[in-house]
Design a protein around this ligand. Structure first.
Ligand code: PLP
Length: 384
């Protein structure tokens, strides 16, 4: 049998990984500044994480949501404390798309409405409602197109007011920093306006924290920068550090109804133990603070690059915006300098999403390599 060919693959075969370093089948080491799409939060193969999973595997790996599961309870407790979101209830699932699918569904259940406001350049996943609120028609099949979605530009208060005042919107879904889109951010006044208008017109505010959550931006959740309180928060990626787990936080003012949401695998024992270990490491190693400090170090390094290259993002959710498309640059970083980076919908943005315990030396290694590529004659013409 062949694999379904939907992924363009790099010619690299990692066989082991530790911290921010991947080792391939030939023994070559790669610096991982991308974490396989922002998934690796506490570093590859963190000893506390792997030991916790192994121990759990020896006890019980799975049973469905029909039984008491104290690890889920322990996880919810710890997540509430560390995130400061104690006024929320936890629903566990398996991926970011599924988290958004359930958040959108809850918004519709709660309000009895179905229209959604999303933003230009958004990415929310590939399941039916999630892909419908993603601003990329090329990944929407005809079956995904029955949803009523209005895309407006980030920070366009007038457009937002006009749509919400129609009274038929169930949710506004927003990333606190756009990941796939290219690191653009809503302003604090815009976030506050969304919150106020959502309250006025009985609309659910959904913060998609799938990529920006779990300390990546230097706060537990990215929206916390803006002092707002979403109705629903979706999460995944860094939550499991590679173990497939996602979740939705639902404000306590909304009560659960038996059977309204559900999943077979979501919240299983092994997944919860993995996710709990992630939180333990984030807390123990003070990784959120470290992400903030490393951001400051990135800024110091940026000062030695040409001024035309702009740093976007917060914490360790970063984009470097170049005055040219970066596909060739990324290839060179990977194949010559052995550094994994990411691309965005904006083809001029290089995405950097390392493990939160990345070191200064590893960041410096990236900037040294980047300068070598930029110093090549073919790249000089872009800079004064
Ligand atoms: N939401 C955001 C902001 C994302 O960046 C992604 C994935 O890149 C998703 C949702 C979808 O997550 P998943 O691929 O786990 O379904």
């Amino acid at each position: 049998m062949k694999l379904f060919d939907v992924y363009p693959l790099y010619d690299v075969t990692p066989v082991s990984a530790k911290g921010a370093v991947l080792t391939d089948i030939n023994g070559t080491e790669y610096l991982d500044l991308y974490g396989g799409h922002a998934v690796i939060s506490i570093g590859h193969s963190h000893p506390h994480y792997t030991q916790s999973i192994k121990d759990q595997l020896d006890k019980i790996a799975f049973y469905s949501n029909a039984v008491q599961n104290p690890i889920q309870e322990a996880y919810a407790q710890k997540l509430g404390t560390l995130s400061g979101c104690e006024d929320y209830q936890l629903f566990l699932c398996n991926s970011g798309a599924e988290a958004n699918e359930n958040a959108l569904k809850m918004a519709s259940f709660i309000t009895g409405k179905s229209k959604v406001v999303a933003f230009k350049n958004s990415f929310h996943g590939r399941t039916s409602a999630a892909v419908a609120v993603t601003d990329n028609p090329s990944i929407q099949a005809p079956i995904n197109k029955g949803h009523q979605v209005i895309f407006i530009a980030l920070n366009d208060e007038e457009a937002l007011k006009e749509v919400l005042s129609g009274g038929d919107v169930c949710a506004v879904i927003i990333e606190s920093i756009q990941g796939v889109g290219g690191l653009d951010q809503p302003t604090t006044p815009f976030f506050k306006t969304i919150e106020a208008l959502c309250q006025e017109y009985q609309v659910m505010l959904i913060a998609d924290e799938v990529q920006s959550g779990f300390g990546r931006t230097g706060l537990f959740f990215g929206f916390q920068q803006h002092g707002v309180q979403p109705d629903l928060i979706s999460m995944a990626k860094g939550m499991g550090n590679g173990f497939p787990i996602g979740g939705v936080l639902i404000h306590t003012k909304y009560k659960g109804i038996h059977g309204q949401l559900g999943t077979t695998f979501g919240g299983n024992h092994l997944g919860c133990r993995a996710a709990l270990a992630v939180l333990e490491v984030i807390e123990e190693e003070n990784l959120i603070n470290h992400a903030k400090e490393m951001h400051e170090y990135v800024k110091v390094q940026m000062a030695s690059l040409p001024a035309e290259i702009i740093l976007k993002g917060r914490g360790l959710m970063l984009g470097l915006a170049f005055p040219f498309e970066i596909a060739a640059l990324r290839k060179e970083l990977l194949y010559t300098h052995h550094i994994f980076t990411g691309a965005a919908k904006d083809k001029k943005v290089l995405r950097i999403l390392p493990a939160l315990n990345i070191t200064k030396a590893q960041i410096a290694q990236f900037f040294t390599a980047l300068k070598k590529v930029l110093d090549k004659p073919e790249n000089q013409s872009y800079f004064k």
